[in-house]
Design a protein around this ligand. Structure first.
Ligand SMILES: CC(C)(COP(=O)(O)OP(=O)(O)OC[C@H]1O[C@@H](n2cnc3c(N)ncnc32)[C@H](O)[C@@H]1OP(=O)(O)O)[C@@H](O)C(=O)NCCC(=O)NCCS
Length: 173
């Protein structure tokens, strides 16, 4: 297995991996495709095994107002048939050693039981706009004391839920 940065050639393989790993959801693949399309600053790596992309990790800017205050780890995915074999841990440990990542405050919205193994700790501030009471929001090297809601790149905004039908439906006669 080798770890490498994402290239134009591997991008479609990343989208396919995200579709496979999050079945029934277009959000993750759509998110990364939009981040690429809009030229956002990303630090991202893939694991290649027998010429296939089997895992992906990305970091994008975290904001305090208009200022960058760290990086968000998202998304991270390991192909279903390679999960629970240490691939995700190897990729994450590799990413955490990289120059662009190793001194930055990091945030992740994920399973505390998983990410705490790598040094992430529960984060009470900043607030994550996609969580309830920061129950699954973790940080590393985060020393924020100000009260604020951390910003994400706009592509992270979940699709709006369809508006509820207003008023009563007329009964067909
Ligand atoms: C979560 C994920 C990235 C972990 O990668 P992985 O390669 O499967 O994990 P590893 O093999 O490195 O680590 C496995 C260990 O993590 C634990 N683990 C895996 N997923 C976990 C989860 N969601 N919650 C808590 N622990 C988890 C396993 O119990 C295992 O522990 P063990 O070694 O004591 O048995 C991968 O399973 C995945 O892509 N899952 C689906 C997508 C997802 O949830 N992505 C993360 C949010 S964006």
């Amino acid at each position: 297995m080798k770890i490498q940065t994402v290239t134009l050639e591997t991008r479609p393989k990343v989208y396919a991996l995200l579709h496979r790993t999050f079945p029934g959801s277009d959000y993750e693949a759509g998110l990364v495709e939009k981040l690429h399309g809009n030229g956002r600053a990303l630090h991202e790596w893939v694991c290649i095994h027998t010429n296939k992309v089997i895992a992906y990790i990305a970091f994008s800017n975290a904001y305090h107002g208009n200022e960058v205050c760290g990086l968000h780890l998202a998304p991270m995915a390991v192909a279903p048939d390679f999960q629970r074999q240490g691939v995700g841990s190897e990729l994450l440990r590799f990413a955490l050693r990289q120059e662009a990542i190793k001194n930055q405050p990091l945030f992740v919205l994920g399973e505390p039981g998983y990410y705490s193994r790598f040094g992430f700790e529960p984060c009470s501030m900043p607030l994550c706009p996609f969580d309830t009471d920061n129950a699954h929001f973790l940080g590393m090297r985060n020393s924020s004391t100000d009260s604020f809601v951390v910003g994400y790149e706009p592509e992270f905004k979940p699709p709006a839920t369809p508006p509820r039908p207003q008023g009563k439906k007329r009964r067909a006669r």
